[in-house]
Design a protein around this ligand. Structure first.
Ligand SMILES: [Zn+2]
Length: 118
């Protein structure tokens, strides 16, 4: 469990933190505050993991063995989990959550219209 950034009680579950983003934030069961870890958690972890997997893939080709690639995948997974674990949750105001949900709804509606106009 992770501490709520508002009341500092450990009320945010592991998957709730991982899946949180402004339109679907984590909500504290004690104080009701919204929070997310979206802005900082995913970009760096995914980019570093992709670079490591790519470099290990080249090494695997060079040595004609899958061991470097499997090692790179394991390292990338551990780095991503560690990076995600240490990122702090950020508070979100109810207005910011409503704005993010409205923006996501508009995008979903436009995507649906685009599918039917194809
Ligand atoms: Zn709280």
């Amino acid at each position: 469990m992770y501490a709520c950034p508002s009341c500092h009680e450990p009320t945010i579950g592991y998957f709730r933190k991982w899946l949180s983003y402004p339109a679907v934030p984590a909500r504290c069961s004690r104080c009701g505050a919204y929070s997310h870890s979206y802005r900082l958690s995913r970009g760096v972890g995914v980019v570093v993991a992709a670079v490591v997997v790519t470099l290990c893939g080249f090494a695997a080709i060079a040595v004609h063995s899958a061991v470097p690639l499997l090692l790179g995948l394991a390292i990338s997974l551990m780095f991503y989990a560690w990076h995600w674990h240490r990122v702090q949750l950020e508070l979100l105001s109810p207005e910011a959550v409503a704005a993010a949900r409205a923006g996501e709804s508009a995008f979903g509606l436009l995507a649906l219209i685009a599918v039917f106009l194809r």
